[in-house]
Design a protein around this ligand. Structure first.
Ligand SMILES: [Fe+2]
Ligand SMILES: [Fe+2]
Length: 244
C-alpha cells in the first residue's frame, strides 16, 4: 500500500508528462464520427465534474483516519480526470462538434453522487467506472484511424491504470477495518454493484464498444477479470498503510 504522499508525488509527476501531440490535425471519417460521437460527448461530460462531493467525502474520511494529505491526493486525482475531459473537449472542438451539457447517464450518476457521502461507496463506484473506462477508451482507440484521438485515448489509459490502483488501495484499507460479518455481506454487495454498473455502461455505449471489437460476452469477461483482480487486493489481509 502506498501513502498519500506517494500518490501526491505520482499525480504531480504525471501532470508534467505531455503525451498528446496537439500539432497533429484530426483525421476522422464521417462514418467514424457517427459511430463514436454520442459516447465521446457523454464521456467528455462525465470526465468534467468538479468533484465537490467526492472532496467533501474525502475530507470527512481523512479527518476520521488522521491523514489530511489524502484530501490533496484526491484533489490531484480529480484534476487528472478534468484533464481527460478537457482533452476530449478540445478534440470535439477540433472536429467542429459540440460539447454537451446534459446526458441521462451523467444526470443519473450526478444524482447518486449528490446523495453519496460514504468514502467506501465512492471508492467502489469510482473503481467500477474506471474499469469500464479502460475498456471504453481501448474500444474508442480501436474504432478510429485518427492518430490524434488514438493519442488522447492512450494518454487516458495510462492515467486510468494508476487511478484503479489508487482507489483499490483505499478500498482495501477501508475493507480491512470491517468485521468478519460485515466483510461477508460486502463481498456479495460489491459483486452485484460491479455487474450492475458494468451492464448499465455497456447498455449506454454498446455501439462504441461493438465498433471497438467487443461483444457483450467479451466485455463482461474483461470486467470479470478486472473485478477478480480488484477483489483479490481488497480481501488480501496484509493491509498496512505507511503514512511516511
Ligand atoms: Fe478519466
Ligand atoms: Fe480515472
Amino acid at each position: 500500500m502506498h501513502s498519500s504522499n506517494y500518490w501526491i508525488g505520482h499525480f504531480m509527476t504525471n501532470a508534467l508528462q505531455k503525451r498528446v501531440n496537439w500539432d497533429k490535425a484530426p483525421n476522422i471519417t464521417d462514418d467514424e464520427i457517427s459511430t463514436i460521437l454520442p459516447s465521446l460527448q457523454a464521456w467528455q461530460l462525465g470526465e468534467t465534474s468538479n468533484g465537490k462531493h467526492l472532496i467533501a467525502a474525502s475530507e470527512r474520511y481523512a479527518g476520521k483516519i488522521g491523514d489530511p494529505k489524502y484530501v490533496d491526493a484526491v484533489k490531484l486525482f480529480i484534476k487528472e480526470e478534468q484533464k481527460h475531459g478537457n482533452n476530449l473537449g478540445c478534440y470535439l472542438d477540433s472536429i467542429g462538434k459540440s460539447r454537451i451539457k446534459q446526458n441521462w447517464g451523467d444526470t443519473l450518476f450526478r444524482k447518486v453522487r449528490y446523495f453519496n457521502t460514504s468514502m467506501e461507496l465512492w471508492t467502489l463506484a469510482v473503481i467500477i467506472v474506471e474499469s469500464t473506462a479502460q475498456i471504453f477508451y481501448q474500444a474508442l482507440k480501436d474504432a478510429t484511424g485518427c492518430e490524434l484521438l488514438k493519442e488522447i485515448c492512450t494518454d487516458i489509459l495510462i492515467d486510468e491504470a494508476y487511478h484503479i490502483t489508487f482507489q483499490t488501495e483505499r478500498l482495501a484499507i477501508i475493507f480491512s477495518n470491517k468485521s468478519t460479518f460485515s466483510k461477508a455481506w460486502r463481498r456479495v454487495f460489491y459483486r452485484y454493484f460491479f455487474y450492475g454498473v458494468s451492464a448499465l455502461v455497456w447498455f449506454a455505449h454498446r455501439k462504441l464498444f461493438k465498433a471497438g471489437g467487443n461483444t457483450f460476452d467479451t466485455y463482461i469477461k474483461k470486467m470479470r477479470c478486472k473485478r477478480e483482480k480488484t477483489i483479490k487486493i481488497i480481501t488480501d489481509n496484509n493491509v498496512s498503510l505507511n503514512f511516511a
